[in-house]
Design a protein around this ligand. Structure first.
Ligand code: PMP
Length: 328
C-alpha cells in the first residue's frame, strides 16, 4: 500500500519546471523549483519540521509544549502542520502588512495569531520579534524557534533543497537564484551546491527597502537602506544569522512593481500560480541572465517560494494593482 502516515511526510521533493514564455530574449535555461507544492504551500515547510525535530532532539521542546514564532505566515503554516502531527500548540506574531489570507490560513490550522505594527524598529517592544520573545519568556514549556538565527533553517535546505536540485539537474545547474528573507534557503542550498560544483554562482534577490545588497557590497549595515516596501517574505531590516554572505556571490534588488507584474505573468503565461517573491526571483534571474549575457550553456534554477492564493486580494486583484500604479 502507498500512503503517508501524516501530511508532513509529503514535505519536499518538489518538481523543477522549465519556464518557456517569460524568458524571451534569454538564451539560458531557466528552471523553477515549485515550492508551493509542499503541503503548507510554501518552501518554509522544510525548515519548520527541521526546527521542531532538532528542538525535540535537543530536549528544548517537550510534549504538550507551545511553539511561539514571529512569522510572515509561511513558516507559521509549516510549524502548524508539524505541530498538529506532534501535538503542540502554536502562537504566531505577524506584522500588520501581511495579507489577511495569510492570517486566516494560520487560524484555520489551529494557531493563535497576534498582529503587531510594521513600522516600528525591530527592538521596539511592540515589534513582532519582541512580542514573540516576550511570550516565550512568559509562557511555561514554550519554544521560540527564531527562524532568523536558528541554524536548523539553513541545515534543512542543505539536507533537502540542495540535493534535490543537484539530482534534478544532473549536476548541470550553473546558477542558483532565490529571494533572501531569513536566508535559510539561499545559504543551505548554496552551500550544498557549491560543495558539488565550486564554480556555481548564487544570486540573492533583495528588495528596495532592505539592507542585504548594500551590506554585501560594503560591509556596512546602512539604516538609510531601510524603508517600507510591499513585497512579502524577502528583504530584511536586520542581518539574520542564517544569511551567509560568503555563499551569495551577488545580490539583485527588484522593485515591488517588477516583482508583482512578473508574478502575474507567471500565472497567466506559465500556469504557475505563485506568490509575490516568486515573481521577484524570476524577474531578478532574467535580469541577471540578460546583464551577464548568459548562453545556452547556462542553467539557472530559481525558487518559487509560495502559492498565489495568499495574494488574491492584492496582486491578483486588478483594482489593487491599479491603485498601486503597477498596471494601467
Ligand atoms: N518568499 C516567501 C513568500 C517567504 O515567506 C520567505 C520566507 N521569509 C522567503 C521568500 C525567503 O526565504 P528564506 O527565509 O529562506 O530566506
Amino acid at each position: 500500500m502507498k500512503y503517508l502516515n501524516h501530511i508532513t511526510e509529503a514535505i519536499g521533493n518538489t518538481p523543477l519546471v522549465k519556464l518557456n514564455k517569460v524568458t524571451e530574449g534569454v538564451k539560458a535555461t531557466i528552471l523553477a523549483k515549485v515550492e508551493y507544492l509542499n503541503p503548507g504551500n510554501s518552501i518554509k515547510d522544510r525548515m519548520a519540521i527541521k526546527m521542531i525535530e532538532d528542538a525535540e532532539a535537543a530536549g528544548i521542546l517537550k510534549p504538550g509544549g507551545t511553539i511561539i514564532e514571529g512569522t510572515s505566515g509561511n513558516t507559521g503554516m509549516g510549524l502548524a502542520l508539524t505541530a498538529i502531527a506532534k501535538g503542540y500548540k502554536c502562537i504566531f506574531t505577524l506584522s500588520d502588512k501581511q495579507s489577511k489570507e495569510k492570517i486566516d490560513v494560520l487560524k484555520a490550522v489551529g494557531a493563535e495569531v497576534i498582529v503587531c505594527p510594521t513600522n516600528v524598529a525591530p527592538d521596539h517592544p511592540d515589534s513582532y520579534y519582541s512580542v514573540a520573545r516576550r511570550l516565550n519568556q512568559e509562557i511555561p514549556n514554550s519554544f521560540y524557534p527564531n527562524q532568523y538565527d536558528n541554524m536548523s533553517n539553513t541545515v534543512a535546505h542543505y539536507e533537502t533543497t540542495g540535493p534535490e536540485i543537484w539530482e534534478q539537474t544532473e549536476g548541470k545547474i550553473t546558477h542558483f537564484v532565490t529571494g533572501v528573507g531569513t536566508g535559510g534557503t539561499v545559504s543551505g542550498t548554496s552551500q550544498f551546491l557549491k560543495e558539488q560544483k565550486p564554480g556555481l554562482i548564487t544570486v540573492g534577490v533583495d528588495t528596495y527597502g532592505s539592507v542585504f545588497k548594500k551590506y554585501k557590497e560594503t560591509g556596512i549595515f546602512d539604516e538609510k537602506e531601510i524603508y517600507p516596501y510591499s513585497t512579502e517574505g524577502i528583504g530584511e531590516d536586520i542581518l539574520p544569522k542564517n544569511v551567509n554572505f560568503d555563499l551569495i556571490d551577488t545580490f539583485i534588488k527588484v522593485t515591488d512593481k517588477d516583482g508583482a507584474v512578473m508574478t502575474r505573468r507567471l500565472a497567466k503565461e506559465e500556469g504557475l500560480f505563485v506568490g509575490w517573491s516568486g515573481g521577484s526571483a524570476v524577474f531578478g534571474a532574467l535580469e541577471y541572465a540578460r546583464e551577464q549575457n548568459l548562453t545556452e550553456e547556462d542553467m539557472l534554477v530559481v525558487i518559487l517560494p509560495d502559492h498565489g492564493s495568499r495574494y488574491l486580494a492584492k496582486l491578483y486583484n486588478d483594482d489593487w494593482m491599479r491603485a498601486q500604479g503597477y498596471i494601467d
